[in-house]
Design a protein around this ligand. Structure first.
Ligand code: GLN
Length: 471
């Protein structure tokens, strides 16, 4: 079932919001133990559903009234626990509600619980969660992707109709691709970051994970918009069907940087699937154009400088005094050291050390300064590319989901982000669409394609995506 289907059933009184939430709670009961998708299922889901049913009965239902959704464990709801899948916040209760979540709650959506993730969103597999890995619903021996692995798996396994994730370098798109669902990373600033635990503040954005593009659009339209609590948020225009540019151009042009597929490390299955997807888009009437993005291969290096620099500064707030875990020590320094040493997992510590090094005097210009300059080069490259095409197409990931525990070095994990980080560096919207399956070990593993559009061009992604998936 999709959000659109459920809306029809609820509005025509064929089902109640209570029945709907019971269906999802039953699935959670049956599957969550094995897959480890939810870190917590809220105990008031039925109460939320009853409230939603009242709204429906009063004839005041909106698009998400009564729709059961999952919430990544780094997005706050006042009075509820939220941990960022970190030991340091294991018993932390939020003191305010994220704007994006508030907008869902205002419509009467049913928030089912907190979905698993890599600790503070740092990772590509949820293997960095302090509370165990999330398993892929298509093959429980494999990862669900990350960092929003719980959110993607919740949708793929019918443990939620949709979910919110966050994306700093691919954390919505990569797990969506691994789980065979749709993941949207909106334009930077299009969704308020107020109440999202900060990772890389110039890169972070909240977005939806759903089964269809139509559902993605429904959630995005609900959560987007300027927010006075986030000065980097921007107003997002309401586009009705197509933009004037698309209308004029008639035929949407999709640019494909084929040269990116020639770099090493892209699996044959991904290349084949990508070719099939390009052929399908052509047959749907889209114009495909070979384009060159000559500096995009530097994106990963740029990301892995800027992100840890911002991480090291954002993580400073977890000091054992203001929030969460607090260890005793003989002086303040020892309190810091013990609380942070025991509270943070290895990947978070690694990035704090990297970021602190990058920002230290003597190295700042060589690393951070250069990465920021290179970021401008990539931005310009995208601006030029978008003068010639309406969207850019790549695979979402270089390979399908890997086996749990298979990747042993951090660098191997970082390489999974090769196609996704550019959109965050540039700030443009990007969507991952399921593009079929590849059979490995007798299991059908999903693959995905990624589309990027100019700033505020979500409507272009929706238009192409709806044609590609037919929903
Ligand atoms: N996989 C990337 C990383 O580890 C992206 C994470 C994210 O988008 N939050 O940094």
């Amino acid at each position: 079932m999709t959000i659109k289907d459920a809306r029809k059933l609820l509005d025509s009184r064929q089902i109640t919001a209570i029945e709907l939430v019971q269906f999802y709670l039953k699935n959670i009961e049956d599957k969550n133990k094995e897959l480890n998708v939810y870190l917590e299922v809220y105990d008031d889901c039925l109460t939320q559903a009853k409230e939603a049913q009242k709204i429906i009965d009063e004839g005041k239902a909106q698009s998400l009234t009564g729709i059961p959704l999952g919430l990544k464990d780094n997005i706050l709801i006042k009075g509820r626990k939220v941990s960022g899948a970190s030991k340091i916040l294991e018993s932390y209760t939020a003191t305010y509600t994220a704007t994006a979540t508030q907008k869902l709650i205002d419509q009467g959506a049913v928030i089912l619980g907190r979905t698993n993730m890599d600790e503070f969103a740092m990772g590509s597999s949820t293997e960095n969660s302090a509370f165990g890995v999330t398993k892929n619903p298509h093959d429980p021996e494999r990862v669900a992707g990350g960092s929003s692995g719980g959110s993607a798996a919740s949708v793929a396994s019918d443990m939620a109709l949709g979910a919110l994730g966050s994306d700093t370098g691919g954390s919505i798109r990569e797990p969506a691709s691994f789980c065979g669902v749709v993941g949207l990373k909106p334009t930077y600033g299009a969704v308020s970051r107020y109440g999202l635990m900060a990772m890389g503040s110039s890169l972070d954005v909240i977005g939806p994970i759903t089964k269809t593009v139509t559902d993605s659009e429904i959630i995005f339209n609900t959560i987007k918009g300027k927010d006075k609590m986030d000065s980097t948020s921007i107003p997002h225009p309401d586009f009705v069907s197509t933009s004037p540019k698309l209308g004029e151009a008639k035929k949407i042009k999709i640019g494909v940087p084929y040269h990116l597929l020639e770099q090493g490390g892209i699996s044959e299955e991904v290349k084949e699937n990508f070719e099939e997807s390009v052929a399908k888009l052509k047959s749907l009437g889209f114009e495909i154009k070979d384009i060159k993005l000559l500096n995009i291969d530097k994106s990963l290096a740029i990301y892995y400088i800027i992100m840890p620099a911002e991480v090291s500064s954002n993580m400073a707030r977890y000091d054992g005094i203001k929030y969460g875990l607090s260890k005793e020590g003989k002086d303040l320094l020892e309190v810091y050291k013990k609380s942070r040493g025991e509270g943070f997992g290895p990947e978070v510590r690694r990035r704090i050390i990297l970021g602190t090094y990058i920002l230290s005097s003597g190295y700042y210009d060589a690393y951070y300064g250069q990465a920021m300059a290179a970021r401008e080069v990539i931005k310009k490259e995208f601006t030029v590319a978008f003068d010639a095409v309406d969207a850019i197409l790549t695979p979402t990931t270089p390979a399908p989901a890997w086996k749990i525990g298979e990747k042993t070095s951090p660098l191997e994990n970082y390489l999974a982000d090769i196609f996704t980080v550019s959109a965050n560096i540039v700030g443009v919207p990007s969507i991952s669409l399921p593009s079929g399956y590849v059979k490995i070990d007798n299991k059908d593993l999903p693959l995905g394609i990624q589309l990027m559009a100019p700033h505020l061009g979500e409507h272009i992604l929706f238009e192409i995506g709806k044609k590609f998936l037919k929903e």
